[in-house]
Design a protein around this ligand. Sequence first.
Ligand code: ADP
Length: 159
Amino acid sequence: MRRVVYPGSFDPVTNGHLDLIVRAARLHDEVFVVVGANLAKEGLFSVDERLAMLREVTRGQPNVRVDKFRGLLVEFCQTHHISAIVKGLRAVSDFEYEMEMAQMNYRLAEIETLFMTANPLYAFLRSSLVKEIARYGGDVSSLVPAPVFAQLQKRLAAG
Ligand code: ADP
């Protein structure tokens, strides 16, 4: 079985992430979308809230599973018999860091990394920018899935 993992912070999941998930799911038997739960610093959404949003927006994708991981991603891969990590590349600026991580993960556990180029429609999208625009009242309704937009509005209204 061709099983891959797509890791990230997904705080929250954007249309750019979702585009990549759907494309990766077409190419592989199973895609594990995993939220890294290592960071001590709180995001706008808790890890459980991020997981709930990811589950909701991937409900129509039968071969997508949503989970979280702590510790090393390569250990998650080994435990779940996953042989490759999928990463999205938006711009050259993503490349240097991703290349280093890819080589380290291969060195640690012979886990491959597969890079997919971002859909040009979403190449400018990152969660932190979406949150910043939303915080200042900008319209992000076309940048995130509808349930995420609703959660963003609720969270930001609550202060
Ligand atoms: P962000 O940078 O949005 O905070 P994450 O840390 O959650 O995102 O990113 C997880 C993965 O998704 C990374 O491989 C990142 O390159 C990829 N990614 C993020 N946004 C996009 C996008 N708009 N299109 C394609 N891939 C993306």
